[in-house]
Design a protein around this ligand. Structure first.
Ligand code: J2J
Length: 536
C-alpha cells in the first residue's frame, strides 16, 4: 500500500540523487543513528529522555501499533502539544511506515475533521489534556463520523487507550518497516488560503535533506541546546533546523509550552540553551520584558536567535543583538518546502534587512508578474519556486494544484518578494488570501464559509488589519439581516469548533461589500477602509 502523491519528474529525482540531496535514508535514521547514545535528547519539564530511551520508546509504540493491526502504508491523525510524546509518536509512526498528519494543539473540531476527511486515518493519537478529548462526547462522535479509525490512543488516557502504556510496554521482536525514502513519510499542514486546510505530502528524502542542510547553515552540533517554544508540529520548529535538526546532530531539545519570557528565560538559564526560534511578536514580548527589568543574565548562554514565520521589521531586528545579547538569523520558510536563511557570518545590515537566501544551490526561485512572466532582478512580484525539498502538489487537490503550480512545476507561494543582486530575498507582501496573525496563518475563505453558516449573515469577508504586536489581526466585514455583536459572532465560530486564533479580532457590519469590476469582493478596498478608520 503506498500513499498517492505528486512525484518529482524522473529527471529531477535523478539529479537530486546525483547531487547527494536525496540519500535514500528514512527519517527514522535521525533517531536510530543515536540508538546507543546515553546523551539527553529531550527535556520535558521534569522528564528527561536519552537517545537510547527515545528510540526504545518509539520501538515500543510502533510495536503496539502493529499489534493493533495498523499497517504500513496507512495514515494517522495525531494531535499532541509540546511534549516528549510528540517525538516518540512521530518516530514510532515512521518506524511502522504509518504517515501522520500532526494537527496543531490549537486546532479544534473543524480542523481535525477536515484532516481526517482527507486522509481517512486508521489511527488517532491525541491528548486528554486537550479540551476536545477531555470531553467524553467528542471521541465517540469523531469515530462514528470517521469510520476508518480502528485504534485510538490518548495521552493521559485510560485502559486500552492509554498512550503511556503503549509506550512503556517493551517491544517484542520489533522490526522497523518505514516506507521507502522516496514515498510519503508524513503530511505537513499548509497555512492555507482555501476553504479546507490543505495537506502537503513530505517524503523522507526531501525532508531529510531540508533538515540536514539547515543544520549546516545554522551550525547545529551535539553541543546545541535548543529551546523549542514554537508549536512542536509546526514545520519551522520541526525542520528549520528545529528539533529534528537537533536530534540529527545529537544535541538536546528542551520543550516549552509557549514562548513567553516568564517561562522561557528561566528555562534558558537552567538548561544553558544556546539556540532558539521565535516568531516576531514573541521577540517584541521578550524585548518588552527586558525593558521592564527582566533578568538579562538569564539569557547569557543564548548564542543564536532565529526569527521567522512572519515579517520582522528591520527596527525590531536591529535591537536583538544588543538587547537580547545574541546573534539574529532570519528564516523565511514554508511548510510546502523552500526555506531561506541569512548566514551566520552575513553583515548585520543584511541580517536586519533581508529574509535570507534559499538554502540549496538547486532551489530555483524567480519572481513573476501577474501574467506569470519573469520580472527583472530587484522588482517585486510573485515568488515561484521548485527544488529538491519543495513539494509538487497538495494531497488530493487537483483543482487547487492547477492554479498553485505553473506548467513547469514551479510552486507559487502567494508571497510578493524581491530578490537582490546577491540572491537575498525580501518579503514585500502577499497575494494569497491569508492573514498572518503573528506567524499563525488564517485562510480567509475557511472562516468566511463558517460565518456564512450563521442565519443572519448574508455576505462575509475576512481581511487583515495592522497590529503593532502581531503584525496583523483579522477583521470580518459582514452584511447582516439583523444587528450582530462581535461577541456573538465569536461565540458562534467557537461553537463551529474552530481554532481560537482564527476568530475575527474585530467585526464590522456594513450595508454592502465593495466589489471589483469583475464582481469579486474588493479586499484591497476593505483594508483601505480599515486603515482610514485607524487614522481617523
Ligand atoms: C515574512 N513572511 C514569512 C518571514 C514565513 C521556517 C520558518 C517559517 C515557516 C512558516 C516554516 C516569513 N517573513 N521570515 O515553515 O520551515 C510567511 C510567508 C510564507 C508563509 C509560510 C519554516 N516566514 N513567512 O512560517 O507554512 O507568507 O511556514 O509563505 O506556516 O509564512 O507559512 P508556514
Amino acid at each position: 500500500m503506498t500513499i498517492p502523491f505528486t512525484r518529482w519528474p524522473d529527471e529531477f529525482a535523478r539529479r537530486y540523487r546525483e547531487k547527494g540531496y536525496w540519500q535514500d535514508l528514512p527519517l527514522t535514521d535521525i533517531l536510530t543513528r543515536h540508538a546507543d547514545s546515553d546523551a539527553v535528547a529531550v527535556i520535558d519539564g521534569e522528564r528527561r529522555f536519552t537517545y537510547r530511551q527515545l528510540n526504545q520508546a518509539a520501538d515500543n509504540l510502533a510495536c503496539a501499533l502493529q499489534a493493533r493491526g495498523i499497517q504500513r502504508g496507512e495514515t494517522a491523525l495525531v494531535q499532541l502539544g509540546n511534549v516528549a510524546e510528540f517525538y516518540i509518536t512521530f518516530f514510532a509512526l515512521l518506524k511502522a511506515g504509518i504517515a501522520p498528519v500532526n494537527a496543531l494543539f490549537s486546532h479544534q473540531r473543524t480542523e481535525l475533521n477536515a484532516y481526517a476527511a482527507q486522509i481517512a486515518p486508521a489511527l488517532l493519537i491525541a491528548d486528554r489534556d486537550h479540551a476536545l478529548f477531555a470531553d467524553s462526547a467528542f471521541l465517540p462522535n469523531f469515530c462514528r463520523t470517521h469510520t476508518s479509525v480502528r485504534a485510538v490512543l490518548l495521552r493521559h488516557g485510560e485502559g486500552d487507550q492509554a498512550l503511556e502504556a503503549a509506550i512503556d510496554r517493551p517491544a517484542q521482536r520489533f522490526i522497523a518497516t518505514p516506507t521507502p525514502a522516496d514515498e510519503v513519510a508524513f503530511f505537513q499542514l499548509s497555512g492555507g488560503s482555501t476553504g479546507t486546510p490543505k495537506l502537503i505530502p513530505r517524503t523522507h528524502n526531501d525532508y531529510y535533506y531540508s533538515i540536514r542542510r539547515s543544520n549546516e547553515i545554522c551550525a547545529i552540533s551535539a553541543a546545541t541546546r535548543y529551546l523549542n517554544a514554537l508549536p512542536a508540529a509546526h514545520n519551522y520548529a520541526m525542520s528549520s533546523p528545529g528539533s529534528l535538526g537537533v536530534f540529527l546532530a545529537g544535541g538536546c531539545v528542551v520543550l516549552a509550552h509557549d514562548p513567553s519570557a516568564t517561562l522561557c528565560f528561566p528555562l534558558i538559564a537552567q538548561h544553558q540553551i544556546n539556540v532558539t526560534s521565535l516568531v516576531p511578536p514573541a521577540v517584541s514580548l521578550w524585548l518588552q520584558a527586558l525593558a521592564e527589568g527582566a533578568n538579562k543574565a538569564q539569557l547569557a548562554s543564548l548564542a543564536l536567535l532565529q526569527v521567522g514565520g512572519a515579517r520582522l521589521s528591520a527596527s525590531l531586528a536591529a535591537r536583538i543583538p544588543d538587547e537580547i545579547g545574541c546573534q539574529l538569523q532570519q528564516v523565511f520558510g514554508m511548510a510546502e518546502g523552500l526555506v531561506n536563511y541569512t548566514a551566520l557570518d552575513d553583515a548585520p545590515e543584511r541580517i536586519f534587512n533581508t529574509q535570507g537566501r534559499p538554502m540549496c544551490p538547486d532551489d530555483e526561485v524567480w519572481v513573476a508578474d501577474e501574467n506569470g512572466n519573469p520580472l527583472p532582478r530587484g522588482e517585486v512580484g510573485r515568488l515561484m519556486t521548485r527544488g529538491p525539498y519543495t513539494f509538487r502538489g497538495y494531497y488530493k487537490s487537483p483543482e487547487h494544484n492547477a492554479s498553485a503550480f505553473d506548467e513547469n512545476g514551479f510552486y507559487c507561494s502567494g508571497d510578493l518578494i524581491a530578490i537582490d543582486e546577491q540572491g537575498y530575498i525580501t518579503v514585500q507582501g502577499r497575494e494569497k488570501d491569508q492573514i498572518n496573525r503573528g506567524g499563525e496563518k488564517i485562510a480567509a475563505e475557511e472562516i468566511e464559509n463558517l460565518l456564512l453558516r450563521h442565519e443572519a449573515i448574508i455576505h462575509a469577508a475576512l481581511v487583515s488589519m495592522e497590529d503593532s504586536l502581531l503584525g496583523e489581526k483579522s477583521c470580518a466585514y459582514l452584511v447582516v439581516k439583523a444587528p450582530l455583536r462581535a461577541v456573538a459572532i465569536r461565540r458562534f465560530l467557537r461553537e463551529q469548533g474552530v481554532a481560537e486564533f482564527k476568530l475575527p479580532d474585530r467585526v464590522e457590519c456594513v450595508d454592502a461589500l465593495p466589489l471589483t469590476p469583475v464582481g469579486k469582493v474588493d479586499k484591497k478596498q476593505l483594508r483601505q477602509w480599515l486603515a482610514q478608520r485607524a487614522q481617523a
